[in-house]
Structures are given as C-alpha cells and as structure tokens.
Design a binder for this molecule. Structure first.
Ligand code: ATP
Ligand code: MG
Length: 278
C-alpha cells in the first residue's frame, strides 16, 4: 500500500515511517485545532551509503512540541537524518519511535524546493497534503483554512507558475499543515528565499508552530535562523550529535538581540573549529 501511495503523491507529502503498520493509516476527520505534538526518541541510529558511514550512532529524545534546529557542515548527514525520521529512507541500525498513538499521517516534511504540481491550482496543491482524505467532504474547507493560515487564500485559484518564490513556499507550508501534522520536519525550507522574505517566513513558521503545537525539526545552514526559531539547536559532526544547546530566550524572539547573537557566536565557533580540525 505504501508503494501505491508513493506513486500517487509526491514525496513531499508522504512520510511513512518504517515502524508504522499499514493499519495505522486510518482515514480521519479534521483534528482539533490544538493537536499536540508527538515526542520522538532515537536510539543508536546508524546509516551508511556504501562505505560512506554517514550517521554513526545518533541518540536523541525530542519532547512533544519542542522546536529543534539541526545544523552542521555540508554533507554531515542532516538531510539523511531528516529523511530517516520521515520514513523516506531505511535505517541500517537503531530505532526511531514516536508516541504510542502516532499515525503515519502525523509526520510531514517540507523541502527547500516547494515541489508544487504545475498542472494543479493552488487549492488543489494544498489538498494533496490530505493524502487519502483529499476525497472527503471537508477537504476543500480544510485546504482553504490552511491557505488562510499562510495568508494566501486569495491565491486559491491561481496556477503555481504565477506565484513568487516566497508565495510558493507558503503554499508548500499550507500543504504540509493541512493534515494537522504532529511532527513537521523542514529541510532548509527557506534556503532559496531573499533575506526579507526569509525573515517573514521565519515569523510565519514560528507563529504556526506556536498556534498548532506540533513538534518541529528544522534543518538549516543558517545559525542565526536556528537560534531565532528553535528551543534547542543540535550540531551534527562526524555522524554524531556533537553539541546540544538550549535556547532559552523568550518568544517571540527579538532578532539581533545580544542574547541570541552570543549563542549564535558560540555555535558558529564550534562549527568553525570542527572545520579547522578536518
Ligand atoms: N541516496 C544517497 N546515496 C548515496 N549517498 C548519499 C545519499 N544521500 C546522501 N548521501 C551522502 O550522505 C552524506 C550526507 O548527505 P546529506 O544530504 O545528509 O548531508 P547534509 O548534511 O544534508 O548536507 P547539505 O548541508 O549539503 O544539504 C553525503 O556524503 C552524501 O553524499
Ligand atoms: Mg541537506
């Protein structure tokens, strides 16, 4: 069944962790607005591609609803970790588990490219995020609500080709949000945006995360983005978590504050010293 679904839906919309039984994919009605996030526990996670040992034993617990950012130098395995969490890649060893009541549809991923379907209008692109529930009576109103959350409901009948890069990413965010995920994983979702659009998208991400309470896992190259958004920043180095930094600044965060700048500086110096060692 998973294979069949993967052929219908783009990878962006379908995260099926390997530890989910097919019967877990039950159709369901809309979640209550305040759906709670899921906790995530990773034990001894390993992943290699041929003789390239990318992840060499990741141990991590993320409490429900936490916003975690993952940073590390290019090629250190950030996307691989995210893809394993999302069930888009098979684990070699170890385990990834979510809360006891987790369902496959609870986990969603958003990538750097919006990956919209060019032949479908904006509203239909968002409905794709409902998976099998897109045939339900409430699909359209749910998609409209998600578009309202990202401020784009007036674009519902447009084609993706007429949208700006930032608007396309907001549609991709609406598509990820429409099923009320309990874990939302982001792989460099703002990497291709200009600086101002990026800051406004960061605020949007923070707002929807606070409103909806999902567990957020954000992979980013941008350490200032990591400290501005996350409760906790993980640094990956040589296949393991080399640093685990809590960001206790109050929300909404004040970008450019002395507190965040100091934290950013210390994480950057860790990353750069790792670079010097290689
Ligand atoms: N499907 C694959 N087949 C073979 N090697 C892969 C595959 N996916 C990733 N790798 C390798 O695994 C390593 C980690 O890749 P990954 O994409 O996770 O890095 P990353 O930290 O996300 O890097 P970046 O910051 O550049 O996006 C790299 O050496 C990459 O070449
Ligand atoms: Mg990557």
């Amino acid at each position: 069944m998973q294979t069949a679904l993967r052929t219908i839906l783009p990878e962006t919309e379908l995260a099926i962790p390997a530890n989910f039984a097919p019967h877990a994919r039950v159709a369901r009605e809309e979640r209550p607005f305040q759906a709670s996030g899921l906790p995530l526990s990773i034990r001894g996670l390993r992943k290699s591609f041929g003789d390239n040992e990318v992840l060499r034993g990741i141990d991590l617990h993320i409490p429900a609803g936490q916003f975690v950012a993952i940073v590390g130098k290019s090629g250190c395995g950030k996307s691989t970790l995210l893809r394993l969490i999302a069930g888009l890649e098979k684990i070699d060893a170890g385990s990834i588990s979510f809360g006891a009541d987790a369902q496959a549809a609870d986990i969603r991923v958003m990538f750097q490219e919006p990956r919209l379907l060019p032949w479908a209008r904006v509203l239909s692109n968002v409905e794709v995020g409902l998976g099998r529930d897109r045939a339900s009576d409430s699909a359209q109103s749910r998609a409209e609500k998600a578009l309202t959350e990202v401020g784009l409901v007036d674009k519902r009948d447009q084609w993706p080709s007429v949208l700006s890069g930032g608007q396309k990413q907001r549609v991709a965010l609406a598509r990820a949000l429409v099923s009320r995920p309990r874990v939302l994983a982001f792989d460099e979702p703002l990497g291709a945006l200009d600086a101002l659009t990026r800051i406004s998208m960061q605020r949007l991400l923070e707002r929807v995360w606070r409103d909806q309470g999902f567990t957020a896992i954000l992979v980013t190259h941008d350490v200032s983005e990591a400290v501005a958004l996350a409760d906790r920043v993980l640094v990956i180095e040589e296949g393991r978590i080399a640093d685990d930094v809590m960001v206790n600044a109050s929300r909404p965060r004040v970008r450019g504050s002395v507190e965040l700048a100091a934290l950013e500086g210390s994480i950057l110096s860790h990353l750069l010293s790792a670079d010097d060692r290689t």
